[in-house]
Write a protein that binds this ligand. Structure first.
Ligand code: ITT
Length: 195
C-alpha cells in the first residue's frame, strides 16, 4: 500500500523511506505524489501539528498519509525550541544557522543543564476509520560544537554519548535509536493491535 510522506523536509523523507518499508508500506514523497501544500502549523503541541499536516495532505489526495512533527527540547532553555525548532533562527534560516544560534544560547551551561531530547509525533491516516498518533523520544545532550556529516537538522550538536553526535552515526544506525524510529516502532504495535 502506498503511503504519502507529508513533509517538505528531505531528511525526514530519507528516514521515513527506510522506516516504512519493513512495515510493508510503499513510501511516496510529496514531490513524487505531485502534491503541493502550504500548511500552517498553528497547533500547540507536536501531536496537534502532526495531525494538521497529515489531515491537509489526506484532504488533497485521499491517500494513506504519514506526517511527523518533531523538534528539540533543551533543559537549559526551559524546553525550547520545542515545537518552534524549525523556526528557531527565523523562517529561512539554514540548519547551520539554527545550530549556531543554539550553541550561542547554551554558552555558560554545564551538564546536566545541557541535557536535551528529540521528540517526534507521528500522525498516520490509513483510511477514514483508522488514524493513529504515536510519539517517540531520544535523550541526549547538547555538545560544545557541531560534529559529523550525517543526518540533518540539529543532529551535529546532539550528543548521544560523550564521544558521539547523532550526525556521526550513519542513517541505518540513527534509524535504530532515533525519536522517529521509536515512534515508528509504536506505530507498528498500534496497527497490529488494532488489526
Ligand atoms: P515539515 O513540517 O514539512 O515536516 P520541518 O523541517 O519544518 O518539515 P518540523 O516542523 O517538524 O519539520 O520541524 C522540525 C525541526 O526539528 C526542524 O528544524 C528539524 O531540522 C528538527 N528535527 C526534527 N527531527 C530531527 C532529527 O531527526 N534530527 C535533527 N533535527 C531534527
Amino acid at each position: 500500500m502506498k503511503v504519502i510522506i507529508a513533509t517538505k523536509n528531505e531528511g525526514k523523507v530519507r528516514e521515513f523511506r527506510k522506516l516504512l518499508l519493513p512495515l510493508g508500506f510503499e513510501p511516496v514523497s510529496m514531490t513524487e505524489a505531485g502534491v503541493e501544500a502550504d500548511i500552517t502549523e498553528d497547533g500547540e503541541t507536536f501531536e496537534e501539528n502532526a495531525h494538521i499536516k497529515a489531515k491537509a495532505v489526506r484532504e488533497l489526495t485521499g491517500s494513506p498519509v504519514i506526517a511527523d512533527d518533531s523538534g528539540l527540547e533543551v533543559e537549559f532553555l526551559g524546553g525550547a525550541p520545542g515545537i518552534y525548532s524549525a523556526r528557531y533562527a527565523g523562517e529561512n534560516a539554514t540548519d547551520e544557522q539554527r545550530n549556531q544560534k543554539l550553541l550561542e544560547e547554551m554558552q555558560g551551561a554545564e551538564l546536566p543543564l545541557r541535557n536535551a531530547r528529540f521528540v517526534c509525533a507521528i500522525y498516520f491516516i490509513l483510511d477514514d476509520k483508522r488514524e493513529y498518533c504515536v510519539t517517540g523520544v531520544l535523550d541526549g545532550y547538547i555538545g560544545e560544537e557541531p560534529k559529523g556529516e550525517h543526518g540533518f537538522g540539529y543532529d551535529p550538536v546532539f550528543m548521544i554519548d560523550d564521544d558521539t553526535s547523532l550526525a556521526q552515526v550513519g542513517e541505518d544506525e540513527k534509524n535504530k535509536i532515533s525519536h522517529r524510529a521509536r515512534a515508528m516502532e509504536k506505530l507498528a504495535e498500534v496497527i497490529k493491535a488494532k488489526e
